[in-house]
Design a protein around this ligand. Structure first.
Ligand code: AMP
Length: 603
């Protein structure tokens, strides 16, 4: 394929997609109306939509905005539980037009780690097409700033989950798994002119440990050609480089010999595919080995630029629940730019990052108005000031959902999606804020998942509140040269008064030991850092007991990851559950608890 170059080194296709998006962003409101019309025209005869929308003639006669009003007046807002009976029928083999006119043959599992239960979501060719579209658009914008060499490689730390068949014979797996198996994934490599270091067999085997070894081995084998390093979410990237600290010697041995460790990689398919690429390279092995020895002395600081000298940036989702991994990622990345990947979900893609230089703290995602029909439920923080000081209780009140054309700067919203894949007025559960506009398209910052995760009585704490409390208190670990690896929580109401239990896994530098006094202080600080008024009042009156910090053994969160992977999750989309009531997880956590501390923050 010959690629013509144009403005700022972009090829014609890249210029086209940037031009296309500028056009739809300019007329974002009408693009939304058209998107809704198309979705309704395709699916109004389905069981679900005809139940709410009524006769064909009314739909056909409705003009743009009238159609939007008719749709939002008649079709109710739903969450996943409301659609579950319909989706279950599809999973069980009902091939009548239940949610979409076109039969659904594939179902995705959304990570669902927040409440511990994966959820089925329909997946159609629109899902892969929109993934390709947003990836191409984002890649074109990155290429403006970081031009890549044509034919370069990407160290792409990606993983498929195991696919399985539902009772009705539909293929089920995570959305990323379906995408990596699609034609669109191959097309993306061709049109972005960057090729994954690992062959498909490495991505698709469904065993993340074997895949990780091969990703690293091939990534290092082609190290001079790698233009950037990427993963879907930052968690998996940190996980891979942490694993590398224990794998590098074997990897160097394999590069030297042109071999593949028999104990690390057992899958015959993966072995064949990887060995095809390798031949002995003793000088490269020597070079990497000596760099790794030096890196080991420096606690693996700057691993990525040292080992991949031509990498121009790191690309991954680093916002929202990925923020706690940023510090470690920065440690491995050194000075390399951290470029935030786009905003989407198994249900639909939402927004693209148009500014590769934007740091994770301020990055915005520009809504793509052709991907789905978006509505925005205004969330008003009813802010009750504490009489004594300035702590604010955030309690969301809802207003009527608004179309994209009516959102306001600085306002927070819960997102509602209507998709080509059969979700109608579906509450996604994410809170976003309108930070700016790109032409007519809102640019969103991700605020948090809406769901409260820690609540015992009148207290209300979200994932973000927990994240902030953990971030503040874990800073005290620096004095013991220790770092927080991961964390989760549980609202323990088994005894009165109930209390928050926060589990921490900590890594301590060789030879150092973490002092109980410091952990006791972390526990106190964390309790005091929950600023929610309901929590503070409950703690003062002892209707919520002292916060408990439980220190778990090394590898405990790895065991939790294993648990999810064995239940169909994928490393690519994995997010540590930040709160759990799941008895299996609590058993893992409690079994591995080595120390307890109780807060003295409220006397
Ligand atoms: P999944 O269940 O794996 O489809 O995860 C989708 C969820 O991940 C979204 O609803 C968000 O809560 C979160 N997410 C996805 N992309 C981003 C992003 N760029 N920034 C923050 N959170 C994100």
């Amino acid at each position: 394929m010959t690629i013509k170059r144009g403005v700022a080194g972009l090829n014609e296709e890249q210029q086209d997609i940037i031009g296309w998006f500028d056009g739809v962003a300019e007329r974002a409101a009408s693009a939304q109306t058209e998107t809704l019309r198309r979705i309704i025209e395709m699916n109004h005869r389905t069981e679900y939509l005809s139940k709410w929308l009524g006769s064909d003639t009314e739909i056909q006669q409705a003009e743009g905005e009238e159609l939007e009003r008719m749709y939002t007046r008649r079709v109710p807002l739903v969450n996943h539980a409301d659609l579950e009976p319909y989706i279950q029928r599809i999973a069980d083999g009902d091939d009548s037009p239940v949610l979409t006119q076109e039969p659904i043959t594939t179902l995705s599992l959304s990570s669902g780690t927040t409440d511990g239960r994966p959820k089925y979501v329909p997946f159609t060719h629109y899902s892969s097409q929109s993934t390709l579209q947003i990836f191409k658009l984002a890649a074109a914008h990155r290429s403006r700033v970081f031009p890549l060499r044509a034919g370069g490689r990407i160290l792409e730390l990606i993983y498929s989950s195991k696919q399985f068949k539902t009772k009705g014979g539909l293929t089920a797996g995570t959305a990323t798994t379906h995408y990596y198996a699609s034609e669109e994934f191959k097309t993306k490599q061709k049109c972005t002119e960057s090729f994954t270091c690992s062959p498909l067999e490495v991505i698709s085997e469904g065993d993340y440990k074997q895949s990780t070894y091969c990703h690293l081995l091939l990534g290092l084998y082609f190290c001079d050609q790698v233009d950037f390093v990427t993963s879907a979410f930052a968690y998996s990237m940190v996980h891979v480089f942490t694993a590398f600290e224990g794998l590098w010697e074997e990897i160097c041995h394999d590069i030297r010999q042109g071999s593949l460790s028999n104990s690390r990689v057992t899958s015959p398919r993966m072995r064949r595919a990887v060995l095809e690429h390798l031949s002995p390279n003793p000088s490269l092995a020597l070079k990497i080995e000596s760099k790794c020895r030096e890196l080991q002395r420096l606690d693996w600081c700057c691993t990525i630029p040292e080992l991949w000298p031509n990498a121009k940036y790191i690309y991954s989702i680093m916002t929202g629940s990925m923020q706690p991994y940023l510090k470690k990622l920065r440690h491995y990345a050194g000075e390399l730019p951290l470029v935030c990947a786009d905003y989407g979900s198994t249900e639909s893609w939402i927004g693209v990052n148009l500014d590769p230089y934007a740091p994770p703290q301020t990055v915005t995602f520009t809504v793509i108005p052709t991907l789905a029909y978006f509505e925005f439920i205004p969330l008003v923080n009813s802010q009750h000031k504490r009489p004594t000081d300035d702590v604010i209780d955030l309690d969301y009140q809802e207003d009527e959902p608004l179309p994209l054309s009516q959102v306001k700067l600085g306002q927070q919203y819960e997102l509602v999606l209507t998709t080509y894949t059969g979700l109608y007025r579906y509450r996604l559960g994410d809170v976003v804020e309108v930070a700016s506009f790109y032409k007519g398209a809102p640019q969103l910052t991700f605020v948090c998942r809406r769901k409260l995760i820690l609540t015992i009585n009148i207290d209300k704490n979200t994932e973000k509140d927990l994240q902030l409390a953990v971030e503040r208190s874990s800073q005290l670990l620096v004095q013991c040269r220790a770092e927080l690896v991961d964390f989760t929580s549980h609202a323990d109401t088994s005894k009165h008064p109930g209390h928050y239990v926060i589990y921490w896994e900590i890594k301590v530098k060789d030879g150092d030991e973490i002092r109980d006094r410091v952990l006791q202080e972390c526990c106190r600080e964390m309790d005091a850092a929950f600023a929610d008024y309901g929590y503070v009042v409950s703690r003062r009156t002892n209707s919520i007991g002292p916060l408990e910090l439980r220190l778990v053994k090394d590898g405990t969160f790895g065991n939790i990851l294993e648990h999810y992977i064995s239940n169909g999750a994928t490393m690519s989309q994995y997010k540590t559950p930040r709160c759990t009531n799941n008895p299996v997880l609590l058993r893992i956590l409690d079994h591995n608890t080595v120390k307890h501390f109780w807060s003295t923050a409220y006397g």
